[in-house]
Design a protein around this ligand. Structure first.
Ligand code: ZN
Ligand code: ZN
Length: 241
């Protein structure tokens, strides 16, 4: 199996907050331009401003706070990529509540990381259609009930750009932003009756996408046309051409 190692250094710019220069905490994205900041940094900034700190577009003349949103997928990515960050943040928050003598909210009591279920590069291989491994019955049931329909969704157009492969009958799909490139490869391989998803590359802006990237990550880092559906191309792997 081919794995591509990515240095944390190379993606730091995508997972840090421009306002505090730290890793994103409580990642919050401006809906208009998709720039992401820590929630507390952005809210504080928007008390005095109505523009995006990165690109300066006017978010909203009078109510910019209504046009920002919690970005769970982004936060999951950050926690997944930066070892120890989530534990440290949870500890800080618990200490904060303890100091004030307040009850600790349920979601920061435990160390549970929702990212684990979706974005684990080490088991991405088996994750897409094989639910028989490590998951507990409970987690599995939760997934069975919901199929990630309540996740943030992305619209994608899957276009074939090789004469060696067929196009898809239905090339427009909508799926969870937490799905990975590997999921798409498996989906296409199945539709085209290929013997393995490994025969495919998926590209965005002519760059091959790593199989462990989530679609959210692809949209945020590779896709400039924020409101348009994500246009992806697939073709046989180069060495198979
Ligand atoms: Zn910040
Ligand atoms: Zn912006």
């Amino acid at each position: 199996m081919l794995t591509r190692k990515i240095k944390l250094w190379d993606i730091n710019a995508h997972i840090t907050c421009r306002l505090c220069s730290g890793y994103l905490i409580d990642a919050t994205t401006v809906t208009e331009c998709l720039h992401t900041f820590c929630r507390s940094c952005l809210v504080k900034y928007l008390e005095e401003n109505n523009t995006c700190p990165t690109c300066r577009i006017v978010i909203h003349q009078s109510h910019p706070l209504q046009y920002i949103g919690h970005d769970r997928t982004m936060q999951d990515i950050v926690y997944k990529l930066v070892p120890g960050l989530q534990e440290a943040e949870m500890r800080k928050q618990r200490e904060f509540y303890h100091k004030l003598g307040m009850e600790v909210p349920g979601d920061i009591k435990g160390e549970a990381c929702s990212a684990k279920q979706h974005l684990d590069p080490r088991n991405g291989e088996t994750k897409a259609d094989d639910s028989s491994n490590k998951e507990t019955a409970e987690e599995k049931q939760e997934e069975d009930n919901d199929y990630h329909r309540s996740d943030e969704q992305v619209s994608i157009c899957l276009e074939c750009n090789s004469s060696k492969l067929r196009g898809l009958k239905r090339k427009w799909i909508r799926c969870s932003a937490q799905a990975t490139v590997l999921h798409l490869k498996k989906f296409i391989a199945k539709k085209l009756n290929l013997s393995s998803f490994n025969e495919l590359d998926i590209l965005c802006n002519e760059e091959i996408l790593g199989k462990d990237h989530t679609l959210k990550f692809v949209v945020v880092t590779r896709w400039r046309f924020k409101k348009a559906p994500l246009l992806l191309h697939y073709r046989p792997k180069m060495d198979l051409l």
